[in-house]
Design a protein around this ligand. Structure first.
Ligand code: 5AD
Ligand code: FES
Length: 346
């Protein structure tokens, strides 16, 4: 086992790249026991047993991009496309607020139908009606000017996974018109503007190596984001990666713990993808050091259409059912699902 490395990681919030690689490649179940115990301990120092909930509103399934892994890619002619109107988005928030949500996450494909003006209007209405709530955007790559306008309209946070910090790997997951360089520029703009910013990557995406993962960890450590979203890759049948293997549960959990120890205060979701590859995935994620869950607030009628990957969970349930279910699940871990805004610890 790697007791010494894990103790060092806990004490120094870092390890040299070659030790990270060794730890990941030759991890044992004893390693994970110790690592996850420390990860939870660290999380508890800043957040206690609280687990924050974010209401995810998937407002559009149109996307102009063609990422090879994503079911919403524009080449997927089988994808059912929809757009929510500003009023529909606001009624998701109304329902969410009543259920205790104090963060709303607007996520969609990169859909040019929604101009800055439309987004600013939606953000302004949410902040006016719910001044005690945070608005998180997850709208993909935009210009710094656009990010600034949305920030000035009241948006608080922005999620933009970097997907992989290795150039060559990036080019195997994305069409040629997309680049890691641009993605990183976007993340830097977001931080500069003042957003609480989140990056992240998929675990076990096709062609990912341990070197890629070590680069991801290094990238996250250097960027110092407020949030980090990681979940397993899951194939979608109507994409070029439809027959690739899904990312592993155990590696995902191991990486959640590593990230918690490298960035003690980071807000770390136990993702829906994690809950999709294992019925207890989200609980296990919390036990590995995650402290956020993001149930779906989208209208049930559109849920199945926001299909990033196959077999996504929670597509038939009403938001209220998901909250009840999650509450029980978090309770079972010894955590407490809370309704606070849940900003990053200072
Ligand atoms: N499996 C798992 N995660 C995926 N995402 C997109 N497609 C998949 C997939 N097939 C993730 C990407 C994106 C986020 C919104 O969903 O990391 O940033
Ligand atoms: Fe839509 Fe990748 S296919 S963001």
């Amino acid at each position: 086992m790697h007791r010494e490395d894990i103790e060092k990681l806990y004490a120094n919030t870092d390890l040299p790249d070659d030790r990270l690689k060794e730890l990941i490649d030759n991890r044992t179940s004893e390693d994970f026991s110790l690592l996850s115990r420390y990860a939870r301990e660290r999380c508890r120092e800043f957040y206690g047993d609280r687990v924050f909930m974010r209401g995810l509103i998937e407002f559009s399934s149109y996307c102009k991009n063609d990422c090879l892994y994503c079911g919403l890619r524009r080449s997927n002619k089988n994808a059912e496309r929809y757009r929510l109107t500003p009023d529909e988005i606001l009624s998701c928030c109304d329902q969410g607020y009543k259920l205790g949500f104090r963060t709303f996450v607007l996520q969609g494909g990169e859909d040019n139908f929604y101009s800055d003006e439309i987004f600013c209007g939606i953000i302004g209405s949410i902040k006016e009606k719910y001044p005690d709530c945070a608005v998180t955007l997850s709208l993909g790559e935009r210009s710094e000017e656009s990010y600034k306008r949305l920030f000035d309209a009241g948006a608080d946070r922005y999620l933009l996974r970097h997907e992989t910090a290795d150039n060559e790997h990036y080019s195997k997951l994305h069409p040629r018109n997309m680049s890691l360089e641009n993605r990183v520029e976007c993340l830097k703009s977001l931080k500069r503007i003042g957003y609480q910013t989140g990056c992240g990557f998929m675990v076990g995406s096709p062609y990912q190596t341990t070197d890629c993962i070590v680069k991801d960890l290094r990238f996250i450590k250097e960027l110092q984001p407020h949030m980090a979203g990681i979940g397993p890759f899951i194939p979608h049948k109507d994409t070029p990666f439809g027959d690739k293997a899904a990312g592993g549960l155990e590696l995902t959990l191991f990486l959640l713990s590593l990230i918690r120890l490298m960035l003690p205060k980071v807000l770390l979701p136990a993702t829906t993808a994690l809950g999709t590859i294992d019925p207890m995935g989200r609980e296990k994620g919390i036990l590995a050091g995650a402290n956020v869950v993001m149930p779906n607030l989208s209208p049930v009628g559109v849920r199945k259409k926001y299909s990033l990957y196959d077999n996504k969970i929670c597509t038939g349930e009403e938001a209220a059912e998901c909250v009840q279910c999650l509450k029980k699940r978090i309770d079972s871990t010894g955590g407490e699902l809370v309704s606070a805004r849940g900003d990053c610890a200072e």
